[in-house]
Design a protein around this ligand. Structure first.
Ligand code: COA
Length: 492
């Protein structure tokens, strides 16, 4: 049926599980028509809102259109759309930031209430009713299993060669959960197809529209230096015998810095690499192409248009090397711990004790969400966080006395990296960590002020284990909010 007719099957108040992960594999036609219906209802003075659960971020036809129409009551678990971000931060939309590995089980356990509709983009529907997933899996299996009604968008833009690349595996709920039999990154343990109960399908809509693939910025000087520090550190770990020569499976987070690290690995000494990660970015494909990376496991693609063309044209080469899994498997804490994943994620800020904020600017304004960073950071063999030492043209230091929001505690962070250097925090007490982080990671412009804070805290703090001056610890953020800069002199 048409997207318009399918959208008419969605009611105000419905909770909808939609496909989509980092701009790939999201439904592109029905959400737009739903946004039109919502706008019309609003025009008539009627309230029409739905709750939208996805895998992760989507595209303008979904998040953008529905947010613009004021049509989202609750959004979870990760978003990066400017309009959605604006509405959340204006207090006009509820948003729940959830570890990506938790989402499927929260819905299956009934923690989030009834899922009314599953709206899923697929590549093809086979004659026996099985479905070929598209460029992301995310939580699609769970949405299909849990929702009362299913709407499928069959997108002919998605390459049919995707068939065979997926590995759908279902974990049972406790007390019947069993070990996930995954021992190697590239191993397949499930089926390449999603199984859809035909009696629940209320609409099938045909589309032909591209994913939201955006070009990556070429790595800048700072990102290259961060990548350099990480490569040097990994070489040292191999030398010390703490890691095999082909390292351990790599997880690389979203964003330009994470991608720069992958570019760095291309020129680095390591061979026979593997990856157990969340998204396949350009850098990952380049490593596969050059043969440095032998296989990559993820839940979604997130490629630039040029790289998407390259992958589409050579899908049979990549199909053997890439496995796309449901996100409760790609981000599964047990599997991540078992495989010994090296977690590398970008951050907004870190404090001198190693606590990390990945999500909230000035402690209150959400940027995107925690995504899978917590799944990987807590459970990885090594957890590395990275950022440029300055943000907003130097008005902000990303190393601060106390983070304004905590996503990853000091217990989940082993290594911090900025373009200035790398702080290996393993085996250090909080005060030792603080001195090392300031020495290695802080920007020279802010080093003196950080040391001054630490020295005074070491003398005057109530306790001397993790010294803090509570009247000052968030003073840097306050100063930025008052003056537009964390620098002391600009306040005078
Ligand atoms: N204070 C204020 N703003 C900050 C900041 C800070 N300390 N650090 C970064 N920012 C701003 C940047 O200025 C930029 O703003 P702009 O878009 O208005 O220019 C924005 O945040 C993005 O920063 P950028 O330097 O471009 O980094 P990025 O694209 O690598 O993204 C994160 C960094 C942390 C936002 C991103 O990695 C993220 O969302 N992480 C959380 C989820 C995650 O780790 N997922 C991976 C798990 S698999």
């Amino acid at each position: 049926m048409s997207a318009n007719e399918a959208a008419a099957l969605i009611n105000s108040g419905d909770q909808i599980g939609m496909s989509g992960f980092t701009g790939s594999g999201y439904p592109k036609a029905v959400p737009l028509e739903l946004a039109h219906r919502i706008a019309e209802a609003t025009f008539r003075g009627q309230k029409f809102q739905v709750s939208v659960f996805t895998g992760a971020s989507t595209g303008p036809e979904l998040d953008g259109a529905l947010a613009m129409a004021g049509g989202i009551h609750l959004r979870l678990p990760y978003q990066s759309d400017p309009e959605t971000r604006k509405r959340i931060n204006a207090g006009e939309m509820e948003y729940m930031d959830v570890h990506l590995s938790h989402v499927a089980q929260f819905v299956e356990y009934g923690f989030l209430g009834k899922l009314n509709v599953a709206l899923i983009e697929v590549t093809a529907v086979l004659e026996d009713g099985r479905v070929v997933p598209s460029s992301s899996i995310g939580n699609n299996r769970t949405w299909i299993d849990e929702a009362d009604r299913i709407i499928l968008e069959v997108n002919s833009w998605q390459p049919t060669a995707l068939e065979g690349m997926h590995d759908i595996y279902k974990v049972k709920a406790p007390p019947n959960r069993e070990p996930i039999p995954l021992l190697r990154t590239g191993q397949r343990i499930g089926s390449p197809y999603l199984t859809v109960p035909p009696e629940k399908v209320v609409a099938v809509v045909l589309t032909d529209a591209p994913d939201r693939n955006s070009a990556f910025k070429a790595p800048d000087e700072g990102s290259k230096r961060i990548a350099g520090h990480i490569l040097e550190f990994l070489s040292w770990e191999v030398k010390k015998g703490r890691m095999p020569e082909n390292l351990l499976p790599l997880q690389s987070g979203v964003g330009n810095i994470a991608n720069a690290v992958l570019f760095g690995l291309e020129e680095g000494p390591f061979e026979g690499l593997t990856s157990y990660t969340e998204v396949i970015q350009d850098g990952m494909v380049r490593l596969l192409k050059s043969g440095k990376l032998t296989c990559a496991s993820a839940t979604a693609f997130s490629l630039s248009p040029a790289m998407m063309d390259e992958v589409n044209a050579n899908m049979s080469f990549y199909r053997d090397k890439i496995v796309l899994r449901p996100q409760d498997i790609s981000n599964n804490p047990g599997v991540i711990r078992r495989l010994g994943v090296i977690a590398m994620n970008a951050m907004i800020e870190a404090d001198i004790y190693g606590n990390v904020n990945s999500t909230h600017v000035m402690g209150s304004r959400i940027q995107n969400g925690i995504g899978g960073s917590g799944d990987f950071a807590r459970n990885g063999y090594l957890s590395i966080f990275m950022a440029p030492s300055l943000a907003q043209k130097g008005a902000i230091s990303t190393i601060v006395p106390m983070v304004s929001h905590v996503d990853h505690t000091e217990h989940d962070v082993q290594v911090l990296v900025t373009e200035n250097g790398l702080a290996d925090l393993r085996g250090l007490s909080p005060r030792q960590r603080a001195h090392l982080i300031i020495e290695k990671c802080a920007n020279p412009d802010y080093k003196g002020a950080l040391l001054d804070y630490l020295n005074r805290a070491e003398r005057l703090s109530y306790g001397k284990h993790t010294p803090h001056l509570l009247t000052e610890s968030l003073g840097w953020h306050n100063r930025y909010l008052r003056t537009g800069s964390m620098r002391v002199r600009e306040e005078i």
